[in-house]
Design a protein around this ligand. Sequence first.
Ligand code: GUN
Ligand code: ZN
Length: 424
Amino acid sequence: MNGYRAQLLRFDAHGQALYDSDGLLVTEQGSDGVQRVVDAGPYRTVAARHRDVPVTHWMDRLIAPGFIDMHVHYPQTDIIGSPADGLLPWLTHYTFPAETRFCDAGYAAEVAHVFFTELMRNGVTTALTFATAHPASVDAFFHEAQKRGLRMMSGKVLQDRNSPDGLRDETEQSLIDSETLIRRWHGQGRLGYAITPRFAPTSSEAQLRGAGELAARYPQTWIHSHVAENRDEVRWVAELYPQARSYLSVYEHFGLLRTRAVYAHCIHLDDTDRALMHASGAAAAVSPTSNLFLGSGFFNFRGADAAGMLHGLASDVGGGTSFSPFRTMLAAYFVGREGQSKPGLSLAPSRLWWLHTGGAARALGLEGVIGTLATGSEADFVVLNPDAIPLLSRKARRAENLEELLFALIVLGDDRAVERVVTA
Ligand code: GUN
Ligand code: ZN
């Protein structure tokens, strides 16, 4: 067993923040080699229950659950910050050419290494991640995740039309490759497979149907795609599927809405779509820095709440502009302010934090496993040091309650404040 003493942030089952100004987190390694939380709370009470446990004391630091990125593209690490008029030209000019290079396993391994280093520097311990259409890109991702002992999900991108040579796959082979990769990687330690049709415009009906069949045959896998991000994209889907009620209903038709189905963006949904998301158990990966960067629009937090639609936060790098959960939470705050029917929403700092930790875990079907530091859950956590940034240090010391402390970190924090990442 190990004890860690510092300020301590956890979440309860309702998403309420639990805070101890002098806390103790006690972990123990299970027979599977994974460290789990066995006790947590105020130092005095918890220490009295575990007198023999060695304690590491991090003065003036904050222990918090590792961040969870619900949607990110590791092959887009090097195209972060590439200017374009909007989603579709950005895909054509930067994204697709960059992704064609991942047929090369050595190159994929190099970028995967850089990607995981960036994630961990920023305190992200779990990410649902796009690879590329090349199976080698998936192997490179999982090998790196396995080396680092991280809980990670990814999958081969399915895109058999409207895609350039070198990236476009072949329908039948793409489904065979996906199943091979599921058997190779899904459930290996902390790794999980995501069936990953890129988005409706780049898959044939046969490929979407096949993806839905795979998803039914392997119900514990994830489904990972994009929906209703950009108005030109929505129009394109309406042309390709004139009979569909909405963009989202295309995925419904092919059996691609269920628990552990995660759709990035969900900007241009209507109330019927949101009800469908709720009823199916599918989740939205809200990607505010990407949506602001590409001018896609504003996620409707109020509408999502009203419909009971699962959602959490995501970087969407390279459409997103930062790996930092602090930047993503701040962008979500701005989107809440500006993007709703008036008056604007004030998303509470602890709510933003929940959406990037325990709430994201729930949306991913990993409730109780990661994201909260609840007893029995896996001990992935960050150790934050507000004093690593001069202005944040001044501001954090003036915080009079947890909300003020978390908001100081959200507004002024970055990777410098992430002093240490401890993975289960
Ligand atoms: N829609 C289809 N592909 C992509 C992608 O790579 N990034 C984003 N943001 N949207 C997409
Ligand atoms: Zn994306």
